[in-house]
Design a binder for this molecule. Structure first.
Ligand SMILES: Nc1ncnc2c1ncn2[C@@H]1O[C@H](COP(=O)(O)OP(=O)(O)OP(=O)(O)O)[C@@H](O)[C@H]1O
Ligand SMILES: [Mg+2]
Length: 430
């Protein structure tokens, strides 16, 4: 236990002995009253000091064994206890040396708390332990969830697309959190897109439907659209370049975009794979990081007895990040890529917000990304958003922001349950 600081006050009589003189004194004793009174006060202070020092010492002792094996709530309690004891110590003007042991312990436990799981899942409720914010989602997948589990949560959308709805599946989240892995998979683990392609063809076969199916794939890099099914030159250019417009029914048309027919599942899978490979080529030609772009794989479905084509988009969004967190600050090209990604994601957030708040004007025109998705967000379209969260506590603030956007997206409701021409709100692409 730290040395008692109050020893310098010991000549002052203890509170008990001084009390009667102080309380019952006559006028004659007045000159002494003030000094005795100070003595009492100082003694009370020294007792308080003793209590605070004891509290600090106890807090240090009791929390010294806290480590990763303790639950996060225990670690938080320990940190709060030390913080409280330190605040009391500071209020009593304790010296740095007197606070040092508790301060060292507080820092150790604070770091431990930050290193520990920053996201806590309880059923469909997720808590960001660092900020205490809680979010309720339709489903939460933890580290034990497989690609199949994630697909199971969205496979019904294949039927919605076949029923004529425009459907979009997004993967959103900070850079490196697993968006591409979830959407487009890895060599040994098919992602949502590959699984959904199989599901579509399975449903078409099962229902014995006559449906024309085709696919396209494009990338939006630095506000520049690239067709991933067409060749690009060594500078990443294509002739003619892609351009967008809205048709009379409010559907987004990308002029110049290659849409390739697929009569069988393996043909659509091959189109998809070719697009992914071309993405790496495009990234190289443009000297870009492939993850610094949005990739949109789209399946078009037209039933024999219908003149309407529904779209099923798989939108692997580029990762949002804070500029100073990465090396991009030192590299101008990377900085521009990151700024453009952040701009587009903020435009997407604004569109989602406006739809959720049922605003009359939806700012689709603020970015090419939102123009591209105009007929897939709001109206009769169906959208499913996965928010990929990194387990790293170093990025917990960005993760918390991503969860906030997802929470807003949850409030978006369809205009009608029956598919029809998308309602054009706000102004579309020129
Ligand atoms: N659930 C997972 N299981 C195994 N590996 C994963 C998982 N999620 C992501 N990974 C791996 O982590 C790395 C980063 O994932 P990914 O590229 O999907 O992140 P991202 O969110 O798309 O990043 P960026 O924003 O930079 O595009 C990849 O090597 C990926 O294979
Ligand atoms: Mg990615």
């Amino acid at each position: 236990m730290p040395a008692r600081q109050g020893h310098a006050l010991s000549p002052i009589p203890p509170a008990d002995s001084a009390a009667p003189v102080h309380e019952e004194s006559s006028q004659a004793l007045k000159p002494f009253q003030s000094s005795i009174s100070i003595g009492v006060q100082t003694t009370v202070e020294s007792q308080e000091l003793e209590v605070v020092l004891q509290k600090l010492a106890l807090a240090v002792e009791d929390t010294s064994a806290i480590n990763q094996k303790n639950g996060i709530s225990e670690v938080k309690e320990a940190r709060d206890r030390l913080q409280e004891a330190l605040a009391e110590g500071r209020a009593m003007s304790l010296s740095k040396d007197q606070l040092a042991a508790a301060e060292r312990q507080r820092r150790r436990i604070h770091n431990l708390y930050q290193e520990m799981e920053s996201l806590k899942v309880d059923g469909n409720i997720l808590e960001v332990t660092l900020t205490g914010d809680t979010y309720e989602f339709d489903g939460i997948f933890d580290t034990s969830s497989s690609q199949e589990d994630i697909f199971d949560s969205s496979c019904d959308l294949a039927q919605s697309a076949l029923d004529g709805h425009n459907v979009t599946v997004f993967c959103y989240g900070i850079t490196g959190a697993g968006k591409t892995y979830t959407m487009y998979g890895a060599p040994e683990a098919d992602g949502l897109a590959q699984r959904m392609i199989s599901e579509l063809f399975r449903k078409v076969d099962m229902n014995d439907e006559k449906v024309t199916i085709s696919g396209s794939m494009m990338e939006l890099y630095n506000n520049h659209l690239v067709d991933l099914l067409r060749p690009i030159d060594w500078q990443g250019r294509q002739n003619p370049p892609l351009s967008m417009k809205l048709d009379k029914s409010g559907n987004v048309q990308v002029e110049g975009l290659a849409k390739e027919r697929a009569s069988e599942e393996h043909e659509l899978q091959a189109i998809f794979q070719r697009g992914l490979e071309q993405r790496a080529v495009a990234a190289h030609a443009m000297n870009a990081e492939s993850s610094r772009s949005h990739v949109l794989f789209t399946v078009y479905l037209t039933k024999e007895d219908s003149d309407r084509t529904s779209k099923l988009h798989f939108c692997d969004l580029g990762g949002c990040e804070r500029l100073k967190k990465t090396e991009v600050e030192k590299d101008q090209d990377r900085k521009l890529e990151a700024i453009e990604i952040n701009k587009s994601l903020s435009a997407l957030g604004d569109v989602i917000e406006a739809i959720a708040r049922k605003k009359k004007y939806i700012p689709y025109r603020n970015h090419k990304l939102t123009q591209l998705l105009q007929d897939a967000l709001g109206g009769t379209a169906k959208a499913l958003m996965y928010v990929n969260c990194s387990p790293s506590s170093a990025t917990i603030r960005e993760t918390a922001n991503a969860l906030k956007l997802a929470n807003r997206a949850k409030n978006v409701v369809n205009l009608a349950s029956e598919p029809c021409s998308p309602t054009s709100r706000g102004r579309g692409p020129d």
